[in-house]
Ligand binder design. Sequence first.
Ligand code: NAD
Length: 323
Amino acid sequence: MSVTIGIHPSVARIVPPERLESELSDAVPDAAIRVLDGGGDGGRDATVDPASVGDSLDVVASFGYEEWFLDAGLEWIHVVRAGHDEFPVDALRERGIALTNSSGIHGAPVGETVLGYMLQFAHGLHRYRTDQADREWNPRPWSESFTLEGERVCVVGLGTLGRGIARRADALGMSVAGVRRTPAPVDHVEERYSPENLREAVADARFVVLAVPLNPATEGLFGAEELAAMPEDAYLVNVARGPVADQSAVVDALRSESIAGAALDVTDPEPLPEDSPLWGMENVVVTPHASAADEAFPERVADIVGENARRLETGESLANQVV
Ligand code: NAD
């Protein structure tokens, strides 16, 4: 196999480029693999000077998008994350450049993290952690805690993330509802709603979890009306993308206590600005787009790229293909 793979230094946002290089070397032993030079210190925000790339690359594995990808003679771009919302799918399609993403590997880490958010709110653990930082022994009234067992979670989007969350919530004895575009049954999901019935779906949920891709149909999907449809003792969890929820409406709902709290792994913009009111709210947990973190991640990405490199050779259609 003679495919040439360039690793864009932006992958450093989630994995050291050299670690991905090493995993890819194992997964695709015949490929020529190199980390592209990000200039200066490289690193997570690095860009690559196209003049340094030459014309020999077949594939780029990248976190971020750069304009030169369109004119570098690439056959295929692999995005090392599930969302590909920054990538210009129409332009790539026109140029005949395939785009694949890393969807399918985040169900376990994100599923477990979402369970963590829910357990934290149910048992007040986030508040005790804050008390601990202040060296305060401050038991809360028992009436402020509840168990997840028997509570209802509504998962919006039942792809890899949504199913990973549903399976784990079901295992804890929660009642699981889901919002999806087609009515077909999904394991571990008792009740399904169409996106048109989103407000009805969240009306009796203790937790609402956003797990849809960001696209024109989902931008602002969860706004003031959807928040108002949630019960006052309910929590919002966003592990999708910041703009899927209307963040200022979320702040309003939290301030007016029309919802009980929120766990936000993704924000709009990212990083969350220092002056955002969300940082200071006791009933808000902000994590820095970290719910998918998993030490096995480079290996899992390498498996997808390795399988697709093989398919590229044999002319089979690629796995996880977006374009
Ligand atoms: P996926 O493609 O496996 O699943 C997405 C699901 O959402 C699909 O089933 C799709 O049909 C459904 N969907 C699309 N529009 C919808 C709508 N309007 N209403 C209901 N369902 C809709 O992707 P995934 O791996 O589950 O990831 C989903 C998104 O989550 C990604 O696109 C990415 O933006 C985000 N994500 C975030 C993290 C993180 O670290 N926080 C990690 C992975 C993915």
